[in-house]
Design a protein. Structure first.
Length: 89
């Protein structure tokens, strides 16, 4: 499902226009992103939790050249699916 399909499904389920659903989805995604940028975790009970973590610097191997390369440390988003959602699949 892509964003356009998600907006259409949200609009149908909520009984609102697709424009309103698009605004709601954009507001949700922007708020989610802002919370992660601020270093806050996001928890949606019964759905998922997300937080920012650090991946340590490491040495890796380029599979094409077999040359060792350095991969710097970086921030990553860690997402954990709720037990209820996992069981519903």
């Amino acid at each position: 499902m892509n964003k356009k399909e998600l907006i259409a499904a949200m609009a149908e389920k909520a009984g609102i226009s697709q424009v309103e659903a698009a605004k709601a989805l954009d507001a949700f995604l922007e708020t989610f992103k802002d919370a992660l940028k601020a270093g806050d975790g996001v928890q949606i009970a019964g759905f998922l939790s997300a937080k920012v973590g650090m991946r340590e610097a490491r040495e890796a191997i380029n599979p094409l050249t077999k040359e060792k390369i350095f991969v710097p440390a970086k921030k990553v988003v860690k997402v954990k699916v709720s037990k209820a959602l996992q069981e519903s699949l």
